[in-house]
Design a protein around this ligand. Sequence first.
Ligand code: FES
Length: 119
Amino acid sequence: MSYEEVILDHWRHPRNKGRLPSPDASAVEANPLCGDVVRLELALRDGRVEDVRFDGEGCAISQAAASLLTEMIKGKTVEEARGLKDEDMLGALGNVVKTRLSCALLPLRALRKALGLGS
Ligand code: FES
């Protein structure tokens, strides 16, 4: 799928959207450039991301990237989730245009914050 198709698919059909009843880790991250927000909530078990939800208000790219990120980390170990790099997110999205990098990476910054890493 092209970048546009990935974004549209996740924007129209968001995966893992909503809230968890009692998350083990969570974070809200805002893009200072526009004020858009992504919230990530994680259920952790035996060192793995057992479940995940996202929520937020923002542009299609940030919300679609959050949806995609939930699919990328569900079932992964916490260490694998911690090790995700900007390039991994951008690669999964396709060729993000440079002016929208802060949108595409907002959910990953929320993930790092939830896992106790600096964004
Ligand atoms: Fe705000 Fe994309 S325009 S995160």
